[in-house]
Design a protein around this ligand. Structure first.
Ligand code: FES
Ligand SMILES: [Fe+2]
Length: 384
């Protein structure tokens, strides 16, 4: 799990006024709350007085109040009230980490890391959001999955599982195409993607497939941005396309919360939303049934411990990027956290830690950079 990326924290509708919302991401507890102007804030949940859970408290005066002794923390993370201490004497160390927030598409996102704004990897925008001719399902679907998020992203990047895991969707045409054409990955700074076009021709030259199986104009592809954001394109024609965005939050090393935004430019009548969500849930469950049984739960430390083939090109690309982010020293050292947790609370470092000193909680430990990382080439995506 990595610091310094944008993570989905909660559905907007779950962050209500006057009530904190407590959740776990990257193995750490967080609290989200809304101030009186409606702005959402995300803070580290651990009260630095004596370890109370801020998310179990309440919201007052645009601040979250610890339920143990009533210390009050504003959206900036600073303590603005200690009931037993004169306000002028509140120590500088009375503060918790406050994370940059963006609220979009019905989701509250937080940047969980300490990079200054200019250096932050972006949040993948939903390009079709609010665009004429496109419709989102009326509700963002949230799945909680008993699998590690990297396995989930890899599954989304993997076109060769469709025929087997989703028999109603997959087609043997795809398998045949992979034998002839490797996936053409288009790299950019924070991720990589591919698009495959199924030409208007009989794909199998031996003619073993029925004419009905040739699929003119269809394009499909996937990509990732950062370790936890994934996009899938499925286009049957210009006027009938889906674009699906998966924003994934590792709860810990074995569980993932996935926020799914589904855009379409056909069947746009609102009454189709329910039917489409139902289909999405069936397809997702087919994936979940596989993902929850994978061994090991995480990805192996070496690609030699699995046997990857050319149709796994997107998975290989994803692992290469993960390694580069690990090389930057952004990977959370969960072994150390596990060992020390009994007597020590941690917080994901926020940008505030680079500006001021005097933090009560230790930052989550990070694995040291393994080598100097090189910046990625910038190739633009084009349809394959
Ligand atoms: S532990 Fe939070 S106020 Fe005491
Ligand atoms: Fe799938």
């Amino acid at each position: 799990m990595y610091i310094n990326f944008w993570y989905p924290i909660a559905l907007s509708e779950d962050v209500v006024k006057y009530e904190p919302h407590r959740t776990q991401v990257l193995g750490q507890q967080l609290v989200a709350f809304r101030d009186s102007k409606g702005k959402a804030h995300v803070l580290s949940d651990v009260c630095i007085h004596r370890g109370g859970a801020l998310g179990k408290g309440w919201v007052r005066e645009d601040s979250v109040v610890c339920p143990y002794h009533g210390w009050q923390f504003g959206g900036d993370g600073k303590c603005n009230k200690i009931p037993t201490v004169d306000v002028k004497k509140i120590p500088n160390r009375a503060k918790v980490d406050s994370y940059p927030v963006e609220e979009k598409y019905g989701i509250v996102f937080a940047f969980l890391g300490d990079l200054p704004e200019k250096q932050r990897p972006p949040l993948r925008p939903v390009d079709e959001w609010g665009k004429k001719g496109w419709r989102a399902n009326n509700k963002v679907v949230v799945f909680e999955v008993g699998a590690y998020y990297e396995r989930s992203i890899e599954n989304g990047l993997d076109p060769s599982h469709n025929e087997f895991v989703h028999p109603a969707q997959g087609s043997p045409i795809l398998q045949d195409m992979f034998k002839r054409k490797p996936l053409d990955m288009q790299d950019s700074r924070w991720g990589s993607e591919f698009l495959v076009r199924f030409d208007n021709e009989r794909i199998n030259e031996d003619d073993i497939y029925d004419e009905a199986l040739t699929v003119p104009e269809v394009t499909a592809g996937s990509g990732f941005l950062g370790p936890n954001q994934m996009i899938t394109w499925i286009s049957f024609s210009k006027d009938s396309s889906f674009t699906q965005y998966f924003y994934e939050a590792p709860i810990d090393e074995t569980r993932t919360r996935i926020f799914f935004v589904n855009m379409r430019n056909f069947m746009r009548e609102p009454e189709n939303d329910g039917r489409l969500v139902k289909t999405n849930l069936i397809v997702a469950q087919e994936d979940i049934d596989i993902l929850e049984e994978l061994d090991p739960v995480g990805t192996p430390n070496s690609t030699a411990e699995e046997l990857l083939v050319p149709s796994d090109a997107a998975v290989m690309s994803y692992r290469k990027y993960l390694q580069a982010w690990r090389d930057k020293g952004w990977y959370i050292d969960t072994d150390t956290i596990r060992k020390e947790r009994h007597n020590r609370a941690f917080a994901i470092p926020s940008p505030g830690r680079r500006k001021s000193k005097g933090w009560v909680l230790h930052s989550v430990p990070l694995l040291p950079p393994t080598r100097k990382s090189k910046s990625k080439g910038k190739k633009k995506r084009k349809a394959a």
